[in-house]
Write a protein that binds this ligand. Structure first.
Ligand SMILES: [Zn+2]
Length: 129
């Protein structure tokens, strides 16, 4: 008995997507996710683009507030990532957080790109995404 087969339908546009040979899914959710990753509609493309941006945002947040900075927890980095997501979605114009230890984080839209993520303590470091 092989893997279960599910119809692959894009969650954004409802279009059925032809599955590549050898690709199969254990759940309907997996099939839908695959369809959204392969559909050529504008909404699926936009979702893929945003996922890429959020990966980069996570990388920059980890760099600025990551492991080598022991005082900043994984929960704090998750909070900043969620905040960045809300700035990208336009829920907030920007966010600024006082992290304690004399450090502030700010996340705001970038003039040139998507976001500026700034850490300010003894010196200011801005990463553009
Ligand atoms: Zn689609």
């Amino acid at each position: 008995m092989g893997d279960l087969k599910f119809p692959c339908v894009c969650i954004f546009c409802g279009q059925s997507i032809i599955v590549d040979d050898g690709v199969s899914f254990a759940t309907v959710d997996e099939a839908d996710k695959w369809a959204a990753e392969h559909c050529k509609c504008d909404d699926a493309r936009a979702a893929r683009d945003k996922a890429k941006v959020m990966d980069n945002v996570k990388g920059e947040i980890d760099l600025l507030f990551g492991r080598e900075h022991d005082c900043f927890s994984a929960e704090l980095r998750k909070f900043l990532l969620d905040g960045a997501n809300l700035v990208i979605d336009g829920v907030f114009d920007s966010i600024q957080v006082n992290l304690g230890y004399g450090t502030k984080a700010s996340i705001k839209p970038s003039v040139k790109n998507v976001l500026n993520i700034t850490r300010t303590d003894l010196r200011t470091t801005t990463r553009e995404v």
